[in-house]
Design a protein around this ligand. Structure first.
Ligand SMILES: NC(=O)c1ccc[n+]([C@@H]2O[C@H](COP(=O)([O-])OP(=O)(O)OC[C@H]3O[C@@H](n4cnc5c(N)ncnc54)[C@H](O)[C@@H]3O)[C@@H](O)[C@H]2O)c1
Length: 441
């Protein structure tokens, strides 16, 4: 099948490469010339495990192309995916300008009956706007469908190749048949293709992200209760998560959710609910709790060292909003580090993948970066942990202690056991578990 994917970010690039891998001819379009030039040289603009060989192989085999020329790419495409960004507008609603601009281009360009699919996360009712934008430009029949994407950054290729389910909101039997066939190679092991009406598909995406964000904020709320009662949130998490009705995923307390999806999707859903007169109080609470949670480490640090941190240096492990990605959009690390800098502290940070991203787009040269995770500890007054990258999970504690000026750790991801840390002589602050007096040296 000839496919065009418009928008070559996390979603468009992964979808394009995976669809090419199953034998389709895919043209990926983006307005970012630098990104497209790089991709044509085989350079992947994001860190995503498994993506590079997939892109390389399909480029070489001629099934995958990258271009900024939308007109050319859209001509002859039987199926067009819209996968451009939908960032939050000033009022929190999803900004649809990129989606609708692509829709107008499709309308001006298409030469025969085409299936257009919104893969970007868009509020309920958007497919109708996309259809109107296309039909304002052409009389050729168009099918507009919704196929929300559920991939997780850091496991995006795996998630696309082996989805839990594929949600297809379709406007006709024909579109349903074509898209079911397109997705068949990805569901051979039994995942379902869920055909539904378009509004339900659009809402499914927001409901899924809002549910996951709710679980995180819920557990962060329980962690606070544990803190004031001396309980251990990790025990509570296991006790709750082993209930088959609840399950263990997305119950880890921490420094709040970040990334390009949960914060903006919760905001946009709240906005849609308010507009439609539907009570949004659960999600308003989820959001407020998360905003507070992002300041948790800062409050630990100022409680411990006071508000004036001038002359102090903090080592930081982890900048990305979660492991296995270089994405720093809405990352809690930025909130902590900005707060520490504003109070006069100096920062030395390490992240296995996100340091370049931080330097280019977030913290610039206001902090120092180290290629070595242990070097950030040398002479630091404390270590702050934001991201649960694997190499941070079982470190050399003796080496850490010998490098740090004070053996103090503020761990926003509960990587270590508080009892053992006390025995090892660390002052160890973590989420929803008691801080214990050190017993070792
Ligand atoms: N990142 C995720 O984990 C994820 C998961 C599921 C769904 N989504 C949703 O998918 C959509 C895309 O997300 P993303 O993370 O891939 O975004 P992204 O910011 O990484 O990429 C978007 C791309 O679209 C391009 N673009 C913008 N306007 C364009 C236009 N008119 N023509 C061609 N290209 C254009 C941009 O240059 C950019 O490369 C969003 O709606 C997001 O909510 C994201």
């Amino acid at each position: 099948m000839n496919i065009a994917v418009v928008g070559t970010g996390y979603v468009g690039l992964v979808a394009g490469a995976c669809l090419a891998e199953t034998g389709n001819h895919v043209t990926c379009v983006d307005i970012d010339q630098e990104k497209i030039d790089g991709l044509n040289r085989g350079e992947i603009p994001i860190y995503e495990p498994g993506l590079e060989p997939l892109v390389e192989r399909n480029l070489e085999d001629g099934r995958l192309r990258f271009t900024t020329d939308a007109t050319n790419a859209l001509k002859g495409a039987e199926v067009v995916f819209i996968a451009v960004g939908t960032p939050p507008g000033e009022d929190g609603s999803a900004d649809l300008q990129h989606v609708l601009s692509v829709a107008r281009t499709i309308g001006r360009t298409m030469e025969s009956e085409t299936i257009v699919i919104t893969k970007s996360t868009v509020p309920v009712g958007t497919a109708a706007k996309v259809r109107a934008a296309i039909e304002a430009e052409t009389d050729i029949p168009v099918h507009v469908c919704s196929n929300p994407e559920f991939l997780k950054e850091g496991a995006a290729v795996d998630d696309f190749m082996k989805p839990d389910r594929v949600v297809l909101g379709v406007d006709s039997e024909y579109a349903g048949e074509v898209l079911t066939e397109l997705y068949q190679p990805f569901v051979r092991t039994g995942a379902s293709i869920l055909l539904m009406d378009i509004a339900s598909a659009e809402i499914t995406k927001y409901a899924a992200n809002a549910m996951l964000a709710t679980r995180i904020s819920f557990m962060n709320m329980i962690a606070r209760l544990c803190e004031v009662t001396g309980a251990d949130v990790d025990m509570v998490r296991r006790g709750v998560g082993s209930d088959g009705r609840i399950g263990p995923s997305f119950l880890f307390p921490g420094v709040g959710y970040g990334g390009s999806c949960f914060p903006k999707d919760v905001k946009a859903l709240v906005r849609t609910q308010r507009e439609l007169g539907v009570d949004a109080s659960i999600l308003e609470a989820v959001e407020a709790l998360n905003d507070g949670q992002k300041h948790l480490i800062l409050s630990w640090v100022t409680d411990r060292f006071g508000d004036d941190l001038s002359g102090m240096t903090f080592g930081v492990w982890g900048l990305a909003f979660k492991p296995n990605t270089d994405d720093m959009r809405e990352a809690p690390s930025v909130v902590t580090i900005e707060g520490l800098l504003a109070r006069g502290a100096a920062i030395v940070a390490h992240d296995p993948e996100a340091m370049e991203e931080s330097r280019k787009h977030y913290l610039g040269d206001r902090i120092r970066y180290s290629e070595s995770d242990y070097e950030v500890l040398r002479g630091a007054d404390a270590l702050v942990i934001h991201t649960e990258w694997l190499p941070y999970r079982r470190p050399d504690y003796n080496r850490m202690k010998s490098l740090l000026k004070n053996p103090v750790i503020f761990d926003g991801r509960n990587l270590y056991d508080p009892v053992r840390m006390a025995r090892r002589g660390f002052e160890y602050h973590c989420v929803g578990r008691p801080s214990l007096p050190t017993t070792g040296s």
